[in-house]
Each structure stands twice: as C-alpha cells, then as structure tokens.
Design a protein around this ligand. Structure first.
Ligand code: SF4
Length: 341
C-alpha cells in the first residue's frame, strides 16, 4: 500500500479505500528516539521558534522519512497547517487539503467526504466497506477504555497509547487488533488498581511529554481514567454512516460540543480533577478560559513546548495538585460521615 501522511485524525476509511496506508505523522514524531532532531529540521528550514512543535515536527518527519503524499487538515484542526501545506508543496511534496465542515451537519460532512473520495479516486461505498473492517478494532479500543474506568484494570498510559493509535491503527489495523486482544486478555487477569486512588481526566491535545506524564501520575497514587481527545479518535459514537461518524467526532467543531462530552464522562467516570494540557503557541490554549468556566472540578493547566520529558517544575505543580485533590477528598469523606452520624 502507498503511504500517506496525515496531520491529525482524518476519515482514514476513505484513504484506505483509495489504496493508501495512512501514517499519523504526530505518532511518528513522538515515537522517534530523538524527536528534537525532527523539530530542528524545520527550524533550519526557517520555521519560527514560536511555531508549535507539532507543526515543526510534522514537517521534519515528512522530509526525514521521505513521505511524498500528505493529507493536511486545514479546517477543524489547526490554521498553522494551511501554511505548513504551502511549505510542503514548495519542497515538491504532494500536500493535499482536507477540511472538516464548520459545523457537524451530516450533509456538509457527506459533501466533504465525497470530495475527498473523488480527489483520491475512490468512492464512499468502498470507504463504507473499510469502515466495517475497522469496526472490530475500534470496538476493542473502546473496550480497553471501559476496562480503564469501570474495572480499573488499565493504566492511563495504556489507555492513551491504544486510543491515540486509532488515528492510523499503527499503520496495520489487523496487527493492532491482534495485539489489543492479547492485551485485553492480560488485563482481565490483573489485580484492579486500588479504589481509593485519585481519578483524573486529561483534556486537550496530546502532551509532548505524555510518555513521562502518565507514569508520574501513577507514581503519585493518581490515574487518568478519561483521555478526552484520544477517546474521540476511536470514534465512540459511530452513528449509522461515515458522515454521521465524523459529525459525532467532537474535536474539529465548537468547544461546546467537546464540553458536553467531557462533562458527561467526568460524571460517569467519577473523576476528581482535570488536567488540561495546552501546547505552547497553540490557539487552543485560549479554550482554557472556556473550560474553566464550564467544568465544575479542580483543573490543572499544563503547558508543553519541545520538551519531551517532565521538568522538575511541572512535576512539582502536578504533585501539589494531586496533594490538594487528595486532601479535599478526605475532607469531603469526613463531612459525609459526620452528616450520616
Ligand atoms: S497543538 Fe495547536 S498549534 Fe499545534 S498542531 Fe495542534 S492545533 Fe495546531
């Protein structure tokens, strides 16, 4: 299969129906043994220092890995991608645009999908068949999610990793499926995490230092039981058609759709506190104001730039937040016991 880079989650069913194997360029960046090297490629080419590291890293991955075809999401994700696409074209690469509609209306989505299918030389009927083939893998990812918050058998990092990977199924959905079946089997034989641990939600774009963040939380008796955007990548509300599926995917549209999903999951998963990650120089960071107004739980806002590890400063802020959550949980437990007496 011919490879095609993607800058974020896209309707990969259409790409696969057209004979392409999607590669999530963000995943390639974070899995590189030296991601800073890929960012440097972009800075040497002239990308400004105050440009988001994901954008620079994606550029570095395309050039370093020789990826010729790239689907750039120019609407519903990141306005920086518009200019990234222009630079990729300048370098002779085949960078194509895809824009989510302004609002999650199935008819608008249907048009966007049809245009994408026509541009790649395939049909939505063929994409629907791929959707059916991918469904078992999506179901398994959502099963893992349930085992995370309901049975307490899965770590926050595992949850992050397997859900985020549904953007391209690690470039081989059948292998993804087999490996996840094995992991679920392993999880079913584990001892659950202690019930009294602090339960966290993680909202916002994936963190550059995710690999260290989740273990650090668990080292401090807390666990992420809800990874918002990562769960959305797995399409928890598939609907009746491809158009419906990508309308119910909350990330590209208004922040209020995301908040509705987040609030329902915070209640369902009995979350104690929220970590909102924002990327340096990203417009989405402004959404922190809206989240803080809408979410009635303590929120810790963490920022990352091109640091793929947790600095001591961030570790200290996390520990102080977890300490505060654990103390307030103890206080409310004593209060409710006192009220019962
Ligand atoms: S983190 Fe923000 S600025 Fe960076 S690629 Fe994502 S949406 Fe764009």
């Amino acid at each position: 299969m011919k490879k095609i880079g993607i800058t974020t989650t896209v309707p990969l069913e259409v790409l696969m129906a057209a004979g392409y194997q999607p590669i999530d360029l963000n995943n390639v960046l974070v899995n590189d043994p030296d991601p800073g090297r890929l960012i440097t490629i972009a800075e040497r080419a002239g990308f400004p220092l105050n440009c988001c590291s994901w954008i620079k890293g994606i550029y570095g991955v395309c050039l370093d890995h020789g990826i010729q075809d790239i689907l750039c999401v120019t609407g519903g994700d990141c306005s920086n991608t518009i200019m990234l696409m222009e630079v990729l074209k300048l370098k002779g690469l085949n960078a194509m645009p895809f824009a989510y509609p302004d609002e999650p209306a199935p008819q608008l989505m249907q048009h966007a999908l049809e245009a994408l299918a026509a541009a790649l030389g395939t049909t939505l009927e063929a994409a629907d068949k791929v959707r059916e083939e991918l469904q078992p893998s999506r179901d398994l990812a959502l099963k893992l999610d349930e085992l995370t918050w309901k049975q307490n058998l899965v770590s926050g990092w595992e949850n992050h990793l397997w859900l985020i990977s549904t953007s391209d199924f690690n470039q081989d959905f059948q292998k993804y499926c087999r490996e996840l079946i094995d992991l679920l089997e392993l999880c079913s034989r584990r001892q659950p995490y202690p019930v009294g641990q602090t339960r966290l939600a993680y909202i916002g774009v994936p963190a550059v230092y995710a690999r260290e963040l989740y273990p650090h939380l668990e080292k401090n008796a807390a666990r992420v039981v809800f990874n918002e955007v990562q769960r959305q990548f797995a399409m928890p509300e598939p609907g009746e058609s491809l158009a419906e599926q990508y309308c119910r995917y909350t990330y590209p549209y208004s922040i209020h759709g995301r908040i509705k999903d987040i609030k329902a999951e915070l209640r369902r998963r009995q979350v104690d506190g929220v970590i909102h990650y924002v990327q340096a120089f990203c417009h989405r960071g402004i959404g922190d104001i809206v989240f803080r107004d809408a979410i009635d739980l303590p929120i810790l806002t963490l920022e990352g730039n091109d640091d793929f590890f947790l600095s001591n400063h961030i570790k200290t802020r996390i520990e102080a937040f977890l300490d505060m959550l654990s103390r307030s949980r103890k206080v409310s437990k004593y209060r409710s016991q006192a009220l019962k007496r």
